[in-house]
Ligand binder design. Structure first.
Ligand code: BGC
Length: 817
């Protein structure tokens, strides 16, 4: 692993190679290097032995340069799930796997991890961030970065900084106090820079206190590089670089994506015009070349990693992370693990699991194990029944494997110039990533064509996602032949993340295949300076009567010993590019749970959502298990936990409660500004300050055994806790240490009643006593003093509170600093 340049012999050698390479480049080549050549790469410079640097999203898998189901990737559980395991070593192992995936796909830099905070549960991309707590976020993020980089692959810790919601994300000016910035939003980045030496960061779209982040000299050059010693490469979020001089002088090194960016030719010109000093360009080139050298694509420089880690079994790790992330928030009368007997499995998401969040974090796994698959394999034959119960997908979804589609590319004369099979109805071709033989110059139309065999009879709905001229034909009838326009205020990535529009409602018969065709007249989307062809065919099955579906589920529940209901959000609820408007489960799922719980006292609810949802029936059911977006091995991991082969290992990395009680709910800017008026009080800090009781507190999560907290011994650096496994089976406990100041209010500002200072996990057999050792970071005792613009230790008395969650504190000690 690399430290800061100059620290070690290999680093000094690498720096010398970088310097020599820089010295031979002319201005045009330097400017060119800083500008994306296409959607995912920087240009090669053969004259210095530099190959093209390839980047890819992140964070749950490595999609590679093709946005397509034809190029599958391992899909791990969502980042919040990873954080729920409270295990930096597990995060490191996830990183090692991702480096292996990146190498397999020829990717040098992973656009991850996302370490923005859960400021509000309404944040649409909440699932992609770790936690509401900066310390937990920093620790998990460090583990992840260390893992990825130990495999010789770079990271870009993102999105620097305060990209905590999606509404108007390109333009919003977040007004954040220096204290909140330092203590909350910058803290994970700082922790990761110190503990994992990331080779990159990604600067966000948004502004902070009046300056857009790709031009934020103070936060990038002074804080990130100056104070913290970050020596990596600063890559813009996609299309976030807007101004040549301000961006390069603001510390931006690479403007992505290309080919048209504010760097490249405009940058060389600005230097020639005397607007920018060439030495500023040289600094940026140095940072890009250092990254290239570290990942091993600059001749003469030894890569930062020469001994690769041992190969990782991706599906096995995905399954392990999933079961370690599931949070059992309620388990009355030991409803779980399941007793022998019959099980009624209910819910649309039990059959079609939602295993990952949408947006740029999307990857395409080569298989998904649904809860139905997993439980069918794990339970004895004849003991499992299934009913849909309620379908949350009240909207169209991109077509999947039920359609056999191919894309036919034609030129303006209507001649076929290329074809390619498709694993889904989504086309997302970027840059030169086109079917063989096809060029952007020649391409005039793309037709998705093939057949579809309906699962049910009745009115099916077909829809179109994307903007432009389309023709949609189903079963020989043309239903739409017109231009579909985006809303005026649409996100420029609408064609990727926006909602499909219903355009046809043909009556179809179950089992009778029909021909389907969707033709798009190629036009590059407005507002995105890159060559992208993006659109999709969407579909929805005929909708069955909702009451009938619930009644069917109730019957199945009544006939079984246990009912397991899987409830879920949809891609229209949680994804990138928009925020949530409420925390309710979509469709009739709440009604389904209530009806099933009334019919069967042994009702277990599995909540398949990336971020908090309201569970108004939670006291009416026997058990509630949060499974997040559990990744491709979802169903097997669920079976592991439900059957008791493994205990659920997760603890809440974020508070779950109702929207009415949630302390921070404003995510919509007014006149372009979003003031973070709550200061340092987000998450549990805010719930406690407002005296509100959430549904499930931060840190909460049950296993299958019991723990007794026997003794604590603490000083200002180390807390030693003795815990005994007082239950009947082996288990793992996350011992959490909260720091509660005797005087929360200080002249420099009010502090929370308590905060997470550290944690450690222990494992013990039944009856065994073990010691957890938790190191306290000095930062835990510090406040950001806005008057002197520095960290200040707040002296006084603190209670060390040790327990199972912020609300379940078992044992205390008092210390003075
Ligand atoms: C997202 C980034 C992502 C990038 C490339 C942006 O819209 O905000 O997180 O890495 O796209 O897909």
């Amino acid at each position: 692993m690399a430290g800061t340049p100059g620290h070690r012999f290999e680093d000094r050698v690498r720096e010398a190679v970088v310097e020599a390479a820089l010295g031979t480049l002319d201005l045009d080549a330097k400017a060119r290097l800083l500008s994306g050549q296409d959607t995912w790469t920087l240009p090669a410079l053969p004259e210095i032995g530099l190959r093209s640097l390839v980047m890819s999203d992140g964070p749950i898998g490595v999609r590679g340069v093709h946005w397509s189901a034809d190029d599958p990737s391992i899909a791990l559980p969502s980042p919040t799930a990873l954080a729920a395991a409270w295990d930096p070593e597990l995060a490191r192992r996830a990183g090692v796997l991702l480096a292996q995936e990146a190498r397999r796909k020829g990717v040098h830099v992973l656009l991850a991890p996302t370490v923005n905070l859960h400021r509000s549960p309404l944040g649409g991309r909440h699932f992609e961030a770790y936690s509401e707590d900066p310390h937990l976020t920093g620790v998990i993020g460090s583990g992840y970065v260390n893992g990825v980089q130990s495999g010789g692959v770079g990271t870009t810790v993102k999105h620097f900084v305060a990209n905590d919601a999606e509404t108007d994300r390109f333009t919003v000016n977040n007004l954040v106090s220096p204290r909140a910035l330092r203590e909350l939003y910058l803290a994970p980045f700082e922790h990761i820079v110190e503990n994992a030496h990331p080779w990159g960061v990604m600067t966000a779209y948004n502004s902070v206190n009046g300056t857009t982040m790709t031009e934020h000299r103070y936060l990038v050059n002074e804080v990130l590089r100056g104070e913290w010693g970050f020596d990596g490469c600063n890559v813009s979020d996609w299309t976030a670089a807007r101004h040549t001089k301000n961006a390069v002088e603001g510390g931006l090194d690479a403007a992505m994506p290309g080919p048209d960016t504010v760097f490249g030719a405009p940058l060389a010109q600005a230097v020639r015009d005397g607007e920018i000093d060439e030495s500023v360009v040289d600094d940026a080139v140095r940072n890009v070349l250092r990254l290239a050298a570290r990942v091993g694509i600059l001749d003469g420089a030894e890569p930062a990693v020469t001994d690769l880690p041992a190969p990782v079994d991706g599906p096995a790790l995905a399954r392990e992370i999933a079961r370690r992330s599931f949070v059992l928030v309620r388990n009355e009368r030991a409803a779980l693990p399941l007793k022998p007997g019959t099980v009624a499995l209910l819910g649309a998401a039990a059959r079609d699991a939602r295993v990952l969040g949408g947006g740029s974090a999307t990857v395409f796994p080569d298989h998904v194990v649904s809860p139905l698959d997993g439980l069918t394999a794990a339970l004895p034959d004849g003991t499992l029944s299934y009913a849909v119960g309620a379908d949350p997908a009240t909207e169209l979804a991109v077509t999947g494997k039920e359609f056999a589609l191919r894309a036919v590319c034609r030129d303006a004369a209507g001649e076929t110039i290329g074809t390619t099979p498709l694993a889904s109805g989504q086309i997302q071709w970027m840059g030169s990533d086109l079917p063989a033989g096809v060029t952007h110059e020649a391409l005039h139309t793309v037709e998705l064509t093939g057949s579809f065999t309906p699962r049910g009879s009745g009115p099916h709905t077909f829809g179109i996602k994307g903007a432009g001229a389309f023709t949609l034909t189903v079963d020989g009838i043309t239903h739409f032949d017109d231009v579909q326009r985006p809303a005026d205020d649409a996100d420029p990535f609408e064609a990727f993340f926006g909602a499909p529009v219903p355009r046809a409602h043909p009556e179809l018969v179950a089992g009778r295949p029909v021909d389907v065709s969707l033709t798009f007249v190629v036009a590059l989307p407005a507002g995105i300076p890159m060559q992208v062809i993006a659109f999709a065919l969407a579909h929805q099955e005929p909708q069955r009567d909702a009451d009938e579906l619930i009644a069917e589920a109730v019957e199945a529940a009544r006939a079984a010993d246990t009912a397991v209901v899987v409830v879920a959000t949809t891609e229209r609820v949680e994804s990138e590019g928009f925020d949530r408007t409420d925390l309710a489960l979509p469709g009739r799922q709440d009604d389904l749970v209530r009806a099933v719980a009334a019919a069967n006292p042994n009702t277990v609810v599995v909540v398949n959502s990336g971020s908090p949802v309201e569970l108004p029936w939670r006291e009416e059911v026997a058990a509630v298990l949060l499974s997040w977006f559990p990744g491709q091995e979802a169903g097997d991991a669920l079976a592991d936990v439900l059957t008791g082969a493994h205990e659920p290992g997760g603890r809440l990395p974020t508070t779950w409660g109702s929207l009415a009680d949630a302390p921070v709910t404003r995510v919509t800017p007014e006149n372009g500004e979003l003031p973070y008026t709550e200061g340092v009080f987000i998450g549990y800090r805010a719930w406690e300050r407002h005296g509100r009781t959430p549904s499930y507190p931060f840190g909460h999560g049950l296993g299958y055994t019991e723990w007794t907290y026997e003794a604590v011994d603490a000083d200002t650096t180390t807390v030693r806790v003795r815990v005994r496994n007082s239950g009947a089976r082996a288990g793992r406990e996350v011992v959490q240490v909260y720091l509660a100041p005797a005087e929360p209010d200080t002249p420099a500002g009010d502090r929370p009643a308590r905060w997470l200072a550290g944690f450690a996990a222990v494992e013990a057999a039944p009856g065994e006593t073990v010691e957890a050792v938790v190191e306290l970071p000095h930062r835990a005792f510090e406040i950001w003093d806005e008057t002197d613009n520095r960290w200040a230790c707040v002296k006084g008395s603190y209670e060390i509170q040790v327990g199972r969650s912020i609300a379940d504190r078992r044992i205390t000690a008092t210390i003075s600093v």
